[in-house]
Design a protein around this ligand. Structure first.
Ligand SMILES: Nc1ncnc2c1ncn2[C@@H]1O[C@H](COP(=O)(O)OP(=O)(O)OP(=O)(O)O)[C@@H](O)[C@H]1O
Ligand SMILES: [Mg+2]
Length: 237
């Protein structure tokens, strides 16, 4: 494996109960890279992130983190090794305050918590003024900001994001994508699952199109944006 690959999912087969959902999906993320995963509802995008993060056992295939085989390792182990994940739903604790949510995000961190909190607050200044309020009172967009902030408390090397822009206003989508770009420019590699395919491809370096639990297309994000099939199926062209 080339040295600069930070995350590789190779031929991942997984599913729920009797049903196989992913039939051998492969995705690679390089150091500092931002990679989009797009595809229709039910394609298996969220399932892929869950499998990579150790929440869903692989039936076959492998997951490598910085060259180390972490297939089917527990979530807390992959977190310690530099992976962080923001799920599509239920990604904050609504009854805890913003500050408590962030502190929970850092639970496996032994030191430097204070410095990290300052760094995270500097990315999300709106959260500072509201840090004593319970997360359940935040708007949808602010909640997504908090979920991102929480995942950053561990200073991950690779961040898995599942539809951070889902059901947000166009203005809020722009703000969230802007923060994601800044996080990536800070050196964090990102695997970004998105329904907003055009916006995702326009901030990412590369992209993968999944369909029916399999790889359909992949390549440079710019090329995918100009691809006729992608345009017709996913960009509303
Ligand atoms: N917990 C579950 N138990 C059983 N089937 C599930 C479960 N979660 C998802 N599925 C099924 O797996 C398939 C893929 O779902 P997944 O959530 O990965 O798709 P997705 O690409 O993320 O879709 P969306 O864009 O709607 O979020 C779907 O057919 C879905 O019904
Ligand atoms: Mg999903």
């Amino acid at each position: 494996m080339p040295e600069n690959v930070v995350l590789e999912a190779r031929d991942v087969v997984t599913g729920y109960g009797e049903v196989e959902i992913l039939h051998g999906v492969s995705v690679t993320v390089h150091e500092g890279e931002m990679v989009a995963v797009i595809g229709p509802n039910g394609a298996g995008k969220s399932t892929l992130l869950k499998a990579v993060f150790g929440l869903l056992p692989l039936r076959s295939g492998r997951v490598f983190l910085k060259g180390e085989d972490v297939t089917n390792q527990r979530t807390d182990e992959v977190v310690r090794k530099g992976l962080s994940y923001v799920p599509q739903v239920d990604n904050v604790f609504p009854s805890l305050t913003i500050l408590e949510n962030l502190e929970m995000g850092a639970f496996v961190r032994r030191d430097g918590r204070r410095d990290r909190l300052d760094q995270v607050f500097s990315l999300f200044p709106d959260l500072v003024t509201r840090k004593g309020e319970v997360a359940g009172r935040l708007s949808g967009g602010q909640r997504q900001m908090l979920a991102l902030a929480r995942a950053l408390m561990l200073d991950p090397q690779v961040l898995l994001l599942d539809e951070p822009s889902a059901s947000l206003s166009p203005k809020m989508v722009g703000l969230i994508f802007d923060r994601i770009r800044v996080i990536n420019q800070g050196g964090t590699a990102i695997l970004l699952v998105e329904q907003n395919a055009r916006e995702a491809l326009s901030i990412c370096h590369r992209g993968y199109v999944l369909a029916m639990g399999a790889n359909r297309l992949d390549g440079e994000a710019k090329g995918l944006l100009e691809n006729a099939e992608v345009g017709r199926l996913y960009l509303g062209a």
